[in-house]
Design a protein around this ligand. Structure first.
Ligand SMILES: *[C@@H]1O[C@H](CO)[C@@H](O)[C@H](O)[C@H]1NC(C)=O
Ligand SMILES: *[C@@H]1O[C@H](CO)[C@@H](O)[C@H](O)[C@H]1NC(C)=O
Ligand SMILES: *[C@@H]1O[C@H](CO)[C@@H](O)[C@H](O)[C@H]1NC(C)=O
Ligand SMILES: *[C@@H]1O[C@H](CO)[C@@H](O)[C@H](O)[C@H]1NC(C)=O
Length: 650
């Protein structure tokens, strides 16, 4: 009985299998865990722990005819060469990285047996991407779009997993399916263009010579909305891993053109990747020159230029401090008001209980004065409770404002708030019913659990030289730490702390609403590092109808809306939002890509690009032209009378 059972189990395993039978049309091999024999194919590539073979293709684009053979056997590796037709058996496995349970698995043939070289010097032809096969350009997985209107950014995350479902592949529609259908294949990528700086492992995100979406003027791919209104994940990109021959990928900057790549499609470290046979070379790189903003300040009291810059852990002795000062002066045009994020305390990252940042900000202001030959800024911040706001331990990063005292001032008689004081909108008692803040500058609802381990928003009430008021909220929402690969098993992918950012947006919007309740025409600017894309609409739902994206109001091209590069995407996580009153007067905005267009990661001053906007925060322009109309009318009336009385007749 036992023998019969064993024989029955063994029988189907013994017959010859094709590579395409092993790969099958889905994410998981139909033969996973089984022992196969008589697998034949031509060797397409080789490395220190195995080689790849190409078997007979089938007429089904879902099914790869490439396969990785995992072995460290010297006797096999010494013998095998590219172009050999080989036959072997082994165990079909779906390799999973132990450390990263969210990774998709890689189909492999392990523990090879009966390895035989049948013949040699067969030609090896890669599949030419962009010609033989064209990647889809919008979505990564069917499971993302079925999870919500925000596609791969839908909330809640991890509603299901890719491999649990193991759906058959739809390579025409979904990026994960497309790259999975090429797993183990030798492919050629014509005209690859770098989409980001190399990772610290010298891997390079690229696009090839095929249709793409989100293409910006630099050559990168910006996160946008597709025509169906769903966020576009740019699945037409792939990361180039370490070359199989031991050469090293070159340093690159965004937009660099590389020599054509031939390599194997695999899955590693959370992503589909190409392992090139050898390292590509850089054929050309775009210029690293960045034009200064065209948005200049004006003498008109109501027209203000606003800068926004995450200055990446700025401390008094930071090497990048003078570069930041130079950017503020020569690229941002010394805006009237600058929103800063990530200003560290006076002792920088030293964890010594210091929380004040007046030396950090004072040094920046003095450096700006020196490099500009006289531009004078004042600064404002609220020091946090030591180590309560997250970020680099001991750094106590916070938001701050720099402002030009000749152009605007804090509303007079203001009480400076402390770390735990909640500033709320109030009707001024000593003024003609104007709206002010109980603490100015102050923090919004600092004890709210939404701000646990996070930066509390810095709110200020300002006065222009015409005596008009406006308000600013400078935010730095929780980072995306804890996020998982967008090409992993969890669908939609885990977007770290998305719930916290949603609550933070809600608290921010509630504050803005409470101010608008006192004055529906209040001029409010909410800016800073939100650590989130507007495409994650659920996070910003509380802003709806209250705060408006200045990009949208200014009508700038969606592909040019970016301040950051992460993996394959250029994207905007730093934003400026405005209330209706400001929007209705017209706005302008420019993102200054001084850091994303740098020649290398090391030469950047920050991981974020700064932004400059020009806004009109009061109606003085209208009033003054009205005034001048009255003035000129009066002048001409007086003139007329003078002339009449001067007339010889009188
Ligand atoms: C995955 O799907 C393939 C093709 O539909 C099927 O043959 C295989 O058995 C499935 N594997 C698992 C583990 O569900
Ligand atoms: C995703 O959800 C599955 C099923 O609930 C769970 O096993 C897995 O640990 C989750 N993954 C992550 C990364 O949260
Ligand atoms: C910083 O503040 C401290 C304490 O108020 C003061 O003694 C010091 O002079 C200030 N330094 C600068 C550079 O503003
Ligand atoms: C914030 O969230 C609460 C609870 O869900 C909701 O009632 C409130 O309307 C939200 N506030 C805003 C401004 O959207």
């Amino acid at each position: 009985m036992k023998l019969v059972h064993t024989l029955l189990l063994l029988l189907p395993f013994a017959c010859a299998q094709k590579v395409t039978d092993i790969q099958g049309p889905a994410f998981i091999s139909p033969l996973v865990g089984r022992t196969v024999s008589g697998v034949t194919g031509v060797v397409t590539a080789k490395t220190i722990n195995g080689f790849w073979i190409a078997g007979q293709p089938v007429d089904d684009v879902r099914v790869s005819n490439g396969l990785n053979v995992f072995t460290t056997s010297a006797s096999i590796l010494n013998k095998v060469h590219i172009g050999d037709m080989v036959s072997l058996g082994g165990r079909v496995s779906e390799y999973h990285s132990y450390n990263s349970p969210n990774d998709l698995s890689l189909t492999e043939l392990t523990n090879p047996t009966d390895f035989t070289i049948l013949s040699s010097q067969h030609p090896v032809h890669p599949i030419v991407l962009g010609v033989d096969r064209i990647p889809p350009t919008r979505q990564l997985s069917a499971l993302d779009i079925s999870s919500g209107l925000d596609g791969f950014l839908s909330v809640p995350n991890n509603q299901t997993t890719q491999e649990h479902l193991n759906a058959t592949l739809r390579p025409d529609k979904f990026g994960l399916d497309f790259w999975e259908s090429l797993e183990g294949q030798l492919v050629a990528i014509p005209k690859p263009v770098a989409l980001n700086f190399p990772t610290r492992f010298r891997e390079i995100w690229i696009r090839g010579d095929w249709p793409v979406t989100g293409l910006n003027g630099r050559g990168g791919l910006t996160m946008t909305f597709g025509p169906d209104g769903v966020p576009d994940a740019n699945p037409e990109t792939i990361i180039v891993g370490s070359p199989l021959d031991g050469t090293k990928n070159p340093p690159v900057a965004v937009g660099a053109l590389l020599s054509d790549i031939v390599g194997i499609v695999t899955y590693q470290f959370g992503f589909y990747a190409i392992r090139p046979l050898t390292a590509p070379v850089v054929l050309s790189s775009p210029s690293h020159e960045v034009s200064p903003t065209s948005l200049e300040s004006s003498d008109e009291p109501c027209i203000l230029t606003i800068g926004d810059y995450n200055v990446e852990n700025l401390a008094p002795n930071s090497r990048h401090l003078s570069t930041i000062a130079d950017h503020i002066v020569s690229l941002l045009g010394a805006p009237d008001l600058v929103f800063l994020q990530e200003v560290q305390d006076n002792s920088g990252p030293r964890n010594d209980g210091t929380v004040d940042a007046n030396v950090t900000l004072g040094t920046l202001v003095a450096t700006i004065k020196r490099v500009s030959g006289g531009v004078q800024y004042n600064f404002l911040d609220v020091a946090p409770i030591d180590k309560a706001d997250g970020g680099q331990p001991g750094g106590n990063i916070r938001q701050a404002y720099l402002y030009r005292p000749g152009k605007l001032s804090l509303v007079s008689g203001s009480r400076h708030g402390g770390a735990l004081d909640a500033s709320i909108p109030i009707i001024d008692v000593d003024d003609s019913g104007e709206v002010g803040l109980s603490f100015n500058p102050g923090r919004i609802d600092p004890k709210n659990s939404a701000w646990e381990e996070a930066r509390k928003p810095l709110v200020s009430a300002w006065q222009t030289n015409s005596g008009d008021r406006f308000f600013t909220v400078n935010v730095h929402f929780s980072s995306k730490s804890g996020s998982l690969s967008t090409q992993g098993n969890a669908r939609p992918p885990v977007n770290g702390k998305v719930e916290q950012r949603t609550s933070q947006a809600n608290v921010t919007a509630s504050f803005v609403k409470s101010l608008l309740e006192l004055d529906p025409t209040a001029n409010i600017i909410v800016g800073g590092d939100f650590n989130e894309f507007v495409h994650t609409r659920s996070v910003f739902s509380s802003f709806s109808g209250v705060l408006f994206d200045i990009n949208e109001a200014s009508g700038i091209d969606p592909v040019e809306r970016y301040t950051y590069a992460y993996d394959q995407n250029t994207e905007e996580i730093d934003h400026i939002f405005i209330t209706d009153a400001i929007k209705n007067r017209g706005t302008e905005v420019e993102h200054i890509h001084v850091n994303n267009w740098a020649s290398s990661i090391k030469s950047r001053a920050s991981d974020h690009d700064p932004t400059v906007a020009r806004v009109t925060v009061c109606d003085t322009g209208f009033r003054s032209s009205q005034q001048s109309w009255w003035m000129s009318l009066r002048t001409s009336a007086v003139d007329f009378l003078v002339r009449i009385f001067d007339h010889p007749l009188f």
